[in-house]
Design a protein around this ligand. Sequence first.
Ligand SMILES: Cc1cc2nc3c(=O)[nH]c(=O)nc-3n(C[C@H](O)[C@H](O)[C@H](O)COP(=O)(O)OP(=O)(O)OC[C@H]3O[C@@H](n4cnc5c(N)ncnc54)[C@H](O)[C@@H]3O)c2cc1C
Length: 395
Amino acid sequence: MIVGGGLVGASLAIALDAAGLPAVLIEAAAPTVGQQPSYDERNLALARATVNGLRAIGVWDFAEDRATPITHIHTSRAGDFGSVRMNASEEGVDALGWTLPARELGAALLRRLDRCQHLTRLAPARVEGIHADDRGWAVDVVTDAGVRSLHTSLLVGADGTHSGVRRQLGIGTREHDYAQALFVTTMTPERDPRGRAFERFTDDGPVAVLPLTDRRVGVVLTVAADRVDEVAAMDDRAFAALAQERFGWRLGRLTRPGKRSPYPIRRVAAEALTSNRAVLVGNAAQTVHPIGAQGFNLGLRDALTLAELAAGATDPGAPSLLAEYAARRATDREGTMAMSHGLVRLACLDQPFLGPLRSLAMLALDRVPPLRHALSRRGMGFRANAPFAVREKTP
Ligand SMILES: Cc1cc2nc3c(=O)[nH]c(=O)nc-3n(C[C@H](O)[C@H](O)[C@H](O)COP(=O)(O)OP(=O)(O)OC[C@H]3O[C@@H](n4cnc5c(N)ncnc54)[C@H](O)[C@@H]3O)c2cc1C
């Protein structure tokens, strides 16, 4: 039983269905793009490995024509010299990743969910309580028709950052408040980004610019928490000026910002991934700073690893399977969380002695091919112990 049909929970349900395993998916929101909280305007940078995974479970066919390939990634920091450039052709691939608005990925997931054959979907339906029983969990599910108690031998918490499943399992969290918020919007650049994605760090926080269709770009602008109201109140002109000041002029003048709303940023890491006949995936397991574009990419690897293990098992809730799941996810999870956190902290620290060190590190990463190649592989989402579905298939 999967609690939460967000981007990760829905992907897991589809992967289990593709493997012929029966499951129940319970989602609090009605199953339409306008209702699901994370099927929204945020622009997702999907790593190449993620797209391999979405292809393998039959989701990508419904999304591909809305996605924009990322052929170059350019990372720099205002005030430091040097930059790191990654390039798809150097890696022998057509794209390092793709940009796709979350609402389009959501729409593709919903279309694919409609074709599932072994899945029961309850939505809108809310899990309000869980109680251990002799075979697993009895779960109280509230729908318009009232409260039902359903049994499961494996409970999956895919219910996001504020996971109620995690809390009821008694799993604690380690948290970090970045004292920042993100504004997400689209803008029109003077110059066509031509597949280039940018990440730029500044003393005031990072900004990312992603290529989109129709010559638009997705802009993710971080601001300090105490400036959120001021930035939210800005008219288009003032917001465009702020984005320009923070991003610079690599794409010429940035104009026509679209609708924007702030997202608070908090790092939340569960202290354990599993409990008796229960497991956490996606943001319920770990919520990372969005600027590294890792959250869904990491969560999909959680989902596909769990589906892979369950597909080969007679009892998918068995303690040995859950122990194997936690072991398989440990390196990727810790490495990705540490990288996201470290990147944001180091790149944003305004310490005079750090500038030259950062510049040297960027130069080394950019100029030393093996280092750049290793970084590109990480950027494409290829990790040790990755689920089979995300690996590159060679003809
Ligand atoms: C601005 C922004 C930009 C981002 N950019 C990127 C990016 O470029 N690349 C990337 O990989 N990631 C990115 N992310 C992260 C990514 O969006 C998340 O990691 C991803 O949405 C997590 O999916 P999830 O399914 O785990 O959780 P969610 O999407 O939060 O879904 C949780 C679901 O659980 C449901 N739910 C909650 N409680 C209950 C309950 N009791 N009963 C039933 N249902 C319940 C909710 O309704 C919701 O649908 C970004 C995030 C933000 C905020």
